[in-house]
Design a protein around this ligand. Structure first.
Ligand SMILES: [Fe+2]
Length: 382
């Protein structure tokens, strides 16, 4: 099978493993704007460490703090303004998916102050060229989103609608994946982001665009998540488990950013928009149902059976449910959205949104609006 869509595996530098944070010393630049969410990376000393390494490398730095979960366009513009004042030649995103996505967004509007609106970078407008002013460095503090090796961002607009944007220009130049940076993640975040990584791997493996390289990466990520996520969840201070999870998340990211995802993500994006629930948690709950739904396609069923066999199981949906149960993840949406009437009232709107989501077109089976509505009911009731 010829691959006609060029694969791009990370930016120009990809570092991983315990201690690779030290590579920050070797970065080339004069001024770095570090983008973080909140105080946890200050309290655990990681921010200090990054700033000390930058200083050692002769790079001065400033911190932009205050990226919220599900970052808003207002935060993106605020950060871009801070960058326009500071004129960094390096942007260092230090944090989870929100900090990294926001920093990638700020980068665009810093490079192009003539752009003012989110719509300015969305189709039919062409995507602007980056790297005229700064290079992007991502240092993930969670193991799941893989924004450090992805071309995409999710930004929430003024009307609280989440927009997923993807363009290869946004692939970070440098990804530094040091497990120490993830070691203080709380259990709940470990579980939810870890299940996001598993969903990336499983959906990439089942993608209509899956290929030899993406399969190799995704299959390994599935095996490692099954083996090491429960361990990292129980024993978060163990850097070997953290390293396995961060590497698994990263290679799942290399796969999915090239071959895209499926309707677990379409439905999770939609539910996240409507009910403000965490992305990884939604993926974890939805994934087993979609494995069952997609298994109506014999070729997809065969692929799930391969994944199940690789983790010593026969039923992949059941294996995912067991993994969820080990981490106290609920079995249906009901407990997350207790108001059933409110949920029922928006099902048609959610079905339309999920159908239009960019992840839908690579799913093995593509539901219509009624099909999505049925799926939203199924995942609710359990
Ligand atoms: Fe995801």
């Amino acid at each position: 099978m010829a691959i006609m869509r060029p694969m791009k595996l990370a930016g120009s530098e990809l570092l991983f493993g315990q201690g690779c944070l030290e590579h920050v010393k070797a970065l080339k630049g004069t001024r770095a704007m570090i983008v973080i969410s909140g105080g946890s990376l200050k309290r655990n000393g990681i921010l200090d460490k990054v700033q000390a390494y930058l200083k050692e490398g002769g790079i001065e730095s400033e911190v932009f703090e205050g990226v919220e979960p599900d970052p808003s366009f207002a935060t993106v513009m605020k950060g871009a303004k801070a960058m326009l004042a500071y004129q960094p030649d390096l942007i260092v995103a230090l944090g989870g998916g929100s900090a990294m996505d926001a920093a990638k967004g700020m980068w665009i509007y810093y490079e192009h102050p003539e752009l003012k609106e989110l719509a300015d970078i969305m189709p039919p407008n062409s995507f602007p060229t980056l790297r005229n002013k700064a290079k992007m460095v991502c240092i993930p503090s969670t193991s799941g989103t893989a924004s450090e090796v992805s071309r995409s961002i999710v930004i929430t607009d003024d009307k609280k609608i989440k927009h997923g944007l993807g363009n290869m220009e946004m692939m970070p130049d440098i990804a530094i994946c040091d497990p120490e940076v993830t070691a203080s993640m709380p259990k709940k975040i470990t579980a939810e982001t870890g299940m996001d990584a598993l969903t990336h791997a499983a959906e990439a493996y089942l993608s209509r665009r899956a290929n030899y390289v993406s399969d190799t990466l995704a299959a390994q990520a599935v095996k490692d998540v099954f083996q090491y996520l429960p361990k990292a969840y129980e024993e978060g201070a163990n850097l070997d488990y953290r390293e396995k999870m961060l590497n698994a998340s990263m290679v799942a990211g290399l796969a999915f950013t090239n071959v895209s995802l499926g309707i677990v993500h379409s439905m999770a994006h939609t539910l996240g928009s409507y009910f403000g629930l965490a992305h990884g948690l939604l993926n974890a709950v939805i994934l087993p149902y979609i494995i069952e739904y997609n298994s109506a396609d014999p070729a997809a069923k065969k692929r799930y059976d391969e994944l199940a066999a690789s983790v010593g199981e026969t039923d992949f949906a059941a294996a995912v449910r067991n993994l969820n149960a080990k981490m106290d993840i609920p079995t249906s949406i009901q407990s997350l959205v207790p108001d059933k009437a409110a949920y029922e009232a928006v099902i048609d709107g959610m079905a339309e949104m999920a159908l239009a989501d960019g992840c839908t077109k690579t799913n093995p089976i593509i539901p219509d609006v009624a099909g999505f509505a049925q799926l939203f009911r199924t995942i609710y009731q359990g």
